[in-house]
Design a binder for this molecule. Structure first.
Ligand code: ZN
Length: 269
């Protein structure tokens, strides 16, 4: 079996005979196949040209990216806790140095993901770290491009991963789109790790919500209203998005409420 990585989105695919004909993530209307067509990189090639970066964002929260950037360019976030560590979202590469560093910190208890565009190297990470359970909402299992015995589907809207670390399935961008509540984050005021279930936008203190970001397909007002009402029940002050500049340091709960209201007003005016 060989592993192929989609150059455009970073999804891993397994194949017995050369690269697969297409990437089901890029083929979906929420993504796109680049002008030049579908391209794959062999896992061994990618491992020789790319490595991870490692940045502490606040105590017990580490950002792990890939350098040079590949695919969508998102980061993974490693949450450290006394009950065990949790990986939020994933990237297509895990180099040896980063794997060893994570193992020195006690390894990972669970891999949790915001949505299928960031599933990327989750199976590789799980296997390299000793078979870490990958918690995926049942609704999005259909988007898995590399299957694994370590995938643990879950049902419902809320899942406590570890004490103080909880998945909330908000839907919207994908039916299974999630955020991760980290109660100890932001100096115990709570941090919400959002991927692009809630998208931090360039204007300071604002967010947005989309069905497709690259193809600019909005969500219906009723979906945004529903997401905002779910978020209003979570206690947090800070938001970490999927890229390094995507942070709302404080009063992020108000940011979500205000942004949802603005979005709905635009759709309904
Ligand atoms: Zn792809």
């Amino acid at each position: 079996m060989s592993i192929w990585i989609c150059r455009a989105c970073g999804a891993h695919s397994e194949s017995r005979s050369g690269p697969p004909p297409k990437c089901s993530i890029c083929d979906d209307e929420r993504q796109f196949v680049p002008e030049g067509g579908q391209e794959w990189i062999a896992r061994e090639t990618l491992a020789s040209t790319h490595s991870n970066d490692w940045t502490e964002l606040e105590p017990n929260l580490i950002s792990i990216g890939v350098s040079p950037a590949i695919g969508i360019g998102q980061r993974a976030l490693l949450v450290l806790s006394s009950h065990g560590n949790v990986l939020w979202d994933c990237v297509p590469v895990l180099d040896r140095k980063t794997r060893d560093r994570i193992l020195e910190l006690g390894g990972i208890k669970a891999i949790c993901l915001s949505h299928p565009h960031f599933y990327t190297g989750m199976v590789e990470w799980s296997e390299a770290l000793g078979g870490v359970p990958i918690l995926l909402p049942q609704a999005d299992l259909v988007y898995v491009t590399r299957t694994s015995e370590h995938i643990r589907p879950w049902l419902g809207d809320r899942y406590e991963v570890l004490p103080g670390i909880t998945l909330h399935r908000l839907g919207g961008h994908f039916e299974g789109s999630c955020v991760l509540e980290w109660e100890a984050g932001a100096e115990q005021n709570g941090a919400l790790l959002v991927g692009d279930t809630i998208q931090v936008v360039p204007a300071k203190g604002w967010v947005s919500f989309m069905y497709s970001f690259p193809n600019l397909i909005p969500l219906p007002a009723r979906e945004v209203r529903r997401i905002a009402s779910r978020v209003a029940d979570i206690r947090f002050d800070r938001i970490y998005g999927a890229w390094k500049e995507k942070v709302i340091s404080s009063k992020a709960r108000e940011s979500v409420a205000r942004s949802a209201e603005r979005y709905i007003r635009r759709l309904e005016s």
